[in-house]
Every structure is written in structure tokens, then in C-alpha cells.
Design a protein. Sequence first.
Length: 179
Amino acid sequence: MQKAASHTYNKTRTFELILSAMCIALVFVATMMLNIKLPIAANGGLVHLGTAMLFIVSILFGPKTGAIAGAFGMGIFDLVSGWTLWAPITFISRGLQGYIAGKIAWSNGRKGNHIAINILASIVSMPPMIAVYYIGEGILYGNWIQPMASIPGDLVQNILGLIISIPVCAFLKKIKAFQ
């Protein structure tokens, strides 16, 4: 009997590992696919589709997968795209954002099935993400004024992610595999 339980546990762990790896890749590709450097100050940031994919993953698969995909997917992007200095900040910021969005979307057994809660989850995850980047940039540049120039870009990126992710999730939730 214990062998059967162990086999089920291993299948579940293998599925979680594969799912996490695929979600990391999706967030990474979405971030690489379309990214526009904003002309706001010296470091206005980027607008990219990675935030939409982070929200999609968090809503569809929950806080753990959302955190892993956000942290590693966007962190790897920073490492390979010339934003290396930002990778640790991104890892923390986007991991936290994915966790918060997923935790709220999956609260009370909802599993991302409630559109209004998914919108709320995405919105609530934005201030902590922006705060971590602000603090990180403040430490990097040694002042607390310059990081304010990045906030408009962070807001645009998050709002775009929200506008894209909610309809995509609503559509995908109608497919049996995502229910």
C-alpha cells in the first residue's frame, strides 16, 4: 500500500516540477517577446507582457506556481538581457507579486474561478511589487528621489498585465483542463 502512495506522490511532484518549468518559460518568453524601454528618466523601466503572464499563471495555478514563475521567469530575463543588476530585486519583487496574486485568487477554495477576486488579486499585488523595486532602486542609486521615476512605468506595465490577463483567464477557465 505504501508503494502506491509513494508512486502517486512522485507523479504529483513530477507534474508540479514540469508545470513550474513550463510557467517559468512562459513568463520568460512573454517578457522577452515584447518589451519597450520607457523614456522616463534614466531608468524608466520596461513595459512587457511578462506581467500579464505572471497574472495568468498565478490565477490559473495558484500562489506557489505564480511565485516560482514570476521570480525565475523575470529574474532569468534580467540576467540574459543586460539588466543583471536588477535580477535579485526582480526575483523578490515578482516572486512576491505572483504569490500575492495567486493567494488571493485561490482564497477560500476559489481556485481562480471568480473574475472580481482575480481583478482584486492582481491589483493588490501591484503595490508590494512597486515597493520592492522602489526600495531596491533606492539602495542601488543611494537616493530615494530617483526611484520615483520608475513608478509610472511600473503602473503602466501592471495595468497592461491586468487588462490582458483577466479576459485570457476567463477564457481559459472555460476549458476543462483549466477548471
